[in-house]
Design a protein around this ligand. Structure first.
Ligand SMILES: C[S@@+](CC[C@H](N)C(=O)[O-])C[C@H]1O[C@@H](n2cnc3c(N)ncnc32)[C@H](O)[C@@H]1O
Length: 268
């Protein structure tokens, strides 16, 4: 007889998509670096760049729910781009991230912005019991590789008094490198939608979800050595492929980027 463990769950399709987009073992076996971790410098908060961008729905929806002097929980804080733009409204931002370099960057930028912080090192929801509830919980671009997505969002919901706001790209942000996967490895990579499935999971979990999409216009990207290195690490190859990578990046058309804000009431 089938037990509860076999019952379908809202995130089953999400987990299947993650399995389908796993890096092939044959590529990993030859890779100079098997698990490229994110580069803190790339995610450093740049207030002047932020100020030049249109205000995203995720920020407006967080500010709608945030009282003056309130607390923000930012899960997958990176360099703080998801919460530091809310200053001066919050009195405290609690950042959670498994990478110490990200937390250092977040704290340095928060000092510059003049907001109090607390940092919690670790993966969400593993470290959720070290975190007090906040008025608003935000989480931007941190769920792409999260397999147990129901546990992740349930813990966010339980840690927000007023609102949870997730920002996510419509499609996997690394899908732009798919032509290079074909060129270098001969592999056709999937280009999975991620915002629509996440939205459906949240609805299936019973949350009263709001949604707003925004298309960020295509912007030419300067192809610096660090941009080439970032792509190279996600392609699991060494510097011998830098010329191919650089040529591809220099000649591809700039892409527009659809970002999606999803928000729902917290239960803390
Ligand atoms: C793409 S960065 C985005 C950073 C920032 N939120 C932003 O919008 O610029 C994703 C961040 O989420 C963190 N992250 C990934 N999985 C996580 C998890 N399970 N719990 C907490 N943080 C996580 C990564 O270490 C990284 O700093």
């Amino acid at each position: 007889m089938a037990g509860d463990d076999d019952a379908p769950r809202p995130g089953d399709g999400w987990r299947d998509a993650l399995r389908r987009s796993a890096v092939p073992q044959s590529v990993l076996d030859r890779a100079p670096e098997r698990e490229p971790s994110l580069e803190p410098e790339r995610f450093r908060w740049k207030p002047e760049e932020d100020a030049a961008q249109p205000v995203r729905p995720s920020r407006r929806r967080a500010l709608e729910a945030l009282p003056a002097g309130g607390t923000v929980l930012d899960v997958g804080v990176g360099g703080g781009a998801s919460s530091l733009g809310l200053v001066p409204v919050p009195g405290l931002i609690v950042g959670v991230d498994p990478l110490p370099g990200m937390l250092e960057s977040f704290e340095a930028s928060a000092r510059g912005a003049g907001v109090a912080t607390r940092s919690v090192l670790g993966r969400w929801p593993d470290v959720a019991d070290q975190v007090e509830p906040a008025d608003v919980a935000v989480c931007h671009h941190a769920v792409y590789r999260v397999a147990e997505i129901e546990d992740f969002v349930a813990a966010l919901t339980a840690h927000a008094r007023r609102r949870v706001v997730i920002e996510i790209s419509a499609h996997s942000p690394l899908a732009g490198l798919n032509p290079l996967w074909k060129l270098i490895h001969g592999v056709d990579r999937p280009d999975p939608a991620v915002a629509d499935p996440l939205h459906a999971i949240l609805v299936a979990m019973g949350y009263d979800v709001g949604r707003e999409d925004m298309v960020l216009p295509a912007r030419p990207q300067e192809v610096t050595q660090s941009v080439v290195e970032f792509a190279r690490r996600r392609l699991y190859v060494g510097p011998e492929r830098d010329t191919d990578i650089e040529q591809f990046l220099r000649t591809r058309e700039p892409q527009e980027h659809r970002v999606v804000a999803l928000w729902w009431p917290g239960t803390a």
